[in-house]
Design a protein around this ligand. Structure first.
Ligand code: NAD
Ligand code: MG
Length: 342
């Protein structure tokens, strides 16, 4: 993979643009603030009528516009509304309002790659995807570092020289702080399909279900839920920190020989050839657009499966015991716990 750093990027390209950030959530606030602190003078935030994010964007000193107004004003529109809202935002508010030669940007390739948004040829369509949540993007930037960023070009308009869309994406990624650590060039397809696969097979599908099944197995066998919570959920962080800092081999060295040998004996009993075959089918569902089709239908129906799964997750015994133990570790009690994060 091609990896770029600040010295490979032209910092002036994005500074010369009027940049509209659509949405002021996790990614939106960090993009807007980092761009401004990197010297991009014209940064505006675009929100729908009555948005709860409006007060925060204004308090941070950004002009706030409607989406269509921002699309007319901007040279570069970065779409950072939720993925399931983007196709409607595009067709109602942005399409037809953006000037030829301007750039439409995303932090996730899903809508463009699966054809839910089909931008006209007169726009540059680029991807700038920081590898982490907005809070980390902002925090690391303020520390003088940054998050690695992915960049990609879906299409380049005829206006401007060959390669101008990639150069603009690199300039934007550098202004986010990505050039301080590394900017990796990929494609919309690769970013989108690997991102969906990783979150489904490993991060948000695999790991949480493995935790829950381990917890349930111990509790059903008569062990204390507190013990099961510590062993199957709490200690995940210790392992993940080791993995994150040093990779699989370093994790193996840091844990006890007992734990290492136990993992060696039992891992292949859980992740079997059948698990791998299912992973390949999961990937095939993603590649063929079957997953995204299901996600679109779920949202059209008002997200009933998500609502039911969230309710069930909250009621699960692992949450009940976890709430008490987390309060204990914070030195508070469940009664005076802080309000839930919005
Ligand atoms: P978010 O839910 O935190 O924020 C969404 C924002 O969009 C909110 O401010 C909301 O008010 C606003 N919004 C909703 N509807 C709108 C509309 N019609 N018009 C204008 N604004 C509207 O979302 P997020 O997590 O920041 O995700 C944004 C994009 O970034 C997605 O494409 C996501 O895949 C991508 N991304 C997210 C992360 C992450 O860790 N959160 C990381 C990389 C990429
Ligand atoms: Mg991801």
């Amino acid at each position: 993979m091609k990896i770029y750093r600040s010295e490979d990027c032209d910092a002036d390209l994005v500074k010369a643009k009027r940049v509209a950030i659509v949405g002021y959530g996790s990614q939106g606030h960090a993009h807007a603030l980092n761009l401004r602190d990197s010297g991009v003078r014209d940064v505006a935030v675009a929100l729908r009528e009555g948005s709860a994010s409006r007060a925060r964007a204004e308090a941070a000193g950004f002009p706030v516009m409607g989406n269509a107004e921002a699309a007319e004003w901007a040279d570069l529109v970065m779409v950072l509304a939720p993925d399931e809202e983007q196709a409607a935002i595009w067709s109602h508010d942005l399409a037809g309002h953006m000037r030829p030669g301007s750039a439409l940007a995303f932090a996730h390739g899903l809508n463009v790659h699966f054809g839910l948004i089909r931008p006209p040829a007169y726009l540059d369509v680029i991807l700038i995807a920081p590898k982490g949540p907005g809070r980390a993007l902002r925090r690391d930037y303020l520390r003088g570092s940054g998050l690695p960023c992915l960049v990609a070009v879906h299409q380049e308009s005829a206006a401007g020289g060959n390669g101008h869309a990639l150069a603009l994406a690199l300039s934007y990624a550098d202004a986010l702080g990505g050039g301080r650590v590394g900017i990796l060039e990929t494609s919309f397809r690769e970013e989108c399909e690997t991102d969906l696969f990783g979150e489904q097979a490993v991060l948000c599908g695999g790991i949480p279900l493995l935790i829950r099944a381990g917890f349930e197995t111990l509790v059903e066998a008569g062990y204390a839920p507190e013990m099961a919570y510590f062993e199957c959920l709490h200690e995940v962080k210790l392992i993940v920190d080791l993995l994150h800092d040093g990779g699989l081999a370093a994790m193996g060295l840091a844990i006890s020989n007992t734990a290492e040998f136990g993992g060696l004996v039992t891992g292949p009993r859980l992740v079997t050839e059948e698990t791998r075959a299912e992973m390949r089918r999961v990937l095939a569902d993603i590649q063929a657009g079957r997953f995204v089709k299901r996600f679109v239908l779920e949202n059209q129906a008002g997200a009933p499966e998500l609502a039911a799964s969230r309710a069930a997750a909250r009621a699960h015994p692992i949450e009940v015991v976890g709430e008490t133990l987390r309060a204990m570790m914070r030195g508070t009690s469940v009664v005076d716990k802080p309000p839930p994060q919005s």
